[in-house]
Design a protein around this ligand. Structure first.
Ligand SMILES: [Zn+2]
Length: 170
């Protein structure tokens, strides 16, 4: 907490994360302090969490603005849709997210979800190790391949317009 507060005095941050927390650990008092700090300062929480922890983050403060890292990896699409409806500020980040394509085709359920909630998804590179930077070009090519299978307005929202909206230039 001290480190976060100290870093925030630099005035350069738009969010806190990516951080990992799972299950009931996210209900801890310390996590609640971080959630409330993010709300007070208008910061995004970039959270690598399971569904239980996602609920716990919102239970600390329903105004929390969460970018869900990897959109739960493998959380069923119907459950992702319910969570987006339950938490209006929730954004889904799509790196490492499985099930979006089969072969090189966008699946029907993901096409429907990404089209219906095109304002709620972000692509990410998750360059957590140097190897991810080395494969950055192919990661982005992978996104472009399925983005091109969506209606263009939806593809543009997911590719960059949502990011521009939630992180406006300043
Ligand atoms: Zn992660």
């Amino acid at each position: 907490m001290e480190l976060i507060e100290q870093e925030l005095t630099r005035g350069i941050y738009r969010g806190i994360g990516e951080f990992h927390v799972f299950g009931q650990d996210a209900a801890a008092t310390q996590v609640g302090r971080i959630v409330r700090l993010s709300v007070e300062q208008g910061l995004w929480l970039h959270a690598h969490v399971d569904v239980q922890a996602l609920h716990a983050l919102h239970a600390h403060d329903g105004r929390a603005r969460v970018i869900w890292a990897h959109t739960g990896f493998g959380t069923p699409v119907a459950e992702v849709a319910e969570l987006l409806e339950r938490y209006p500020a929730l954004m889904g980040e799509l790196s490492y997210r499985s099930g979006i394509v089969e072969g090189d085709r966008l699946t029907a359920e993901w096409r429907e979800l990404l089209t219906r909630h095109a304002d709620r998804f972000l692509i990410g590179s998750d360059t957590w190790v140097n190897e991810r930077w080395e494969s950055y070009g192919s990661l982005m090519a992978g996104y472009r391949a399925w983005l091109a299978q969506l209606p263009k307005p939806a593809a543009e929202q997911i590719a960059f317009r949502n990011a521009e909206r939630i992180f406006p230039r300043r």
